[in-house]
Design a protein around this ligand. Structure first.
Ligand code: IPM
Ligand code: MN
Length: 346
């Protein structure tokens, strides 16, 4: 049997709770005759920072790099100054491991609770750029704390970075039945970056003549995500726009408890990392209340990425069945995990 090495970073808040259920389902689905997963747990996050001042030591990064994939829960804690763990741990992993495709599928499963009266068939994927944009930390502040303070946060967009993510998005669109790619940006105001993105979609699009393209400004995209989300197939966008619209996309497809993601390095020069879109939810941490479904779906994406589509499909199907059976009663983290584990085991 194939053996994969998996780095596990539970992280903060509800992170370890949902990851435990993700691993329960992974064990259940691969249980009889499937691939084996050799797991290493990494103690990273708020506790480690409090104890040692470390976020992600180089030696740990190097170890993590040696794995086939990473499963991450959530990062962030009110006891740590905002940005320390986000930048020092989560973004550092995405950047150092060159996970430039932040893949965020949105599918409205029958039974999932949507605030939309007439949602239609929602099934799209956002390809969010993962290593550039306003996330690079390229900025600074002058005269801090004075009435004359000036803060800049420069969005970095390179031809190399934009082209590789756009090409990946086209390839994904080409592999889907509708073959449609929407660029979301704001080129009427962000003229330098916007024009680079637009030109890149045009040029790379020549390699994909069977993929139809269109364009939406990000503000207009938020309208359509609520009024007509079924229109979307593949969306490609920059790091910050992608962050924002995928929370909105999650809200219309059953909530953040169902939203899965992959931070993918398509060139496979380093491991890809799979994580729920939600955060550490410190308000409900330790109470067994968090819905682990987003993590379970992320485990499905991990299996797909490793080239195990049959097992990935079983995870998806189990979630679909579980959602169809939900009758409104509140179940805990473990109950949902156990139900999904039973379903994938068949
Ligand atoms: C996400 C999160 C992160 C992001 C934060 C925690 C840095 O919101 O994964 O969407 O902005 O990318
Ligand atoms: Mn986010």
């Amino acid at each position: 049997t194939t053996t994969y090495s998996l780095a596990v970073i539970g992280g903060d808040g509800i992170g370890p709770e949902v990851v435990a259920e993700g691993l329960r389902v992974l064990d259940a689905v691969t249980g009889s005759g499937g691939p084996a997963f050799e797991r290493t747990d990494y103690d990273l996050g708020a506790r480690r920072w409090q104890a040692t001042g470390e976020t992600l030591p180089d030696s740990v990064l190097d170890e993590v790099r040696g794995h086939d994939a990473i499963l991450l829960g959530a990062i962030g804690d009110p006891s740590v100054p905002s940005g320390v763990l986000e930048r020092g741990l989560l973004l550092r992993l995405r950047f150092e491991l060159d996970q430039y495709v932040n893949l965020r599928p949105s599918r409205l499963f029958p039974g999932a609770v949507t605030p939309l009266a007439d949602p239609g068939e929602i099934d799209f994927v956002v390809v969010r750029e993962g290593t550039e944009g306003p996330y690079t930390g390229n900025g600074g502040a002058l005269r801090v704390g004075t009435p004359h303070e000036v803060a800049t946060e420069v969005s970095v967009n390179t031809a190399f970075g934009v082209e590789r993510v756009v090409r990946d998005a086209f390839a994904r669109a080409q592999a889907r039945p509708r073959r449609q790619l929407t660029l979301v940006h704001k080129h009427n105001v962000l003229t330098y970056a916007g024009h680079l993105w637009r030109r890149t979609v045009e040029t790379v699009g020549e390699e994909f003549p069977d993929v139809a393209t269109d364009y939406l400004h990000v503000d207009a995209a938020t309208i359509f995500l609520v009024t007509d989300p079924a229109r979307f197939d593949v969306v490609v966008t920059d790091n910050l726009f992608g962050d924002i619209i995928t929370d909105l996309a999650a809200a219309v497809t059953g909530g953040i408890g169902l939203a899965a993601s992959g931070n993918v390095n398509p060139d496979r020069t380093a491991p890809s990392m799979f994580e729920p879109v939600h955060g550490s939810a410190p308000d409900i941490a330790g109470q067994g209340l968090a819905d682990p479904t987003a993590t379970v779906l992320s485990v499905g994406m991990l299996l797909e990425h490793l080239g195990e589509p049959a097992y990935a499909g079983r995870v998806q199907d189990a979630v679909a069945k579980d959602l169809a059976n939900r009758s409104g009663e509140r179940r805990g983290t473990r109950e949902v995990g156990e139900a999904l584990a039973a379903l994938v085991a068949g």
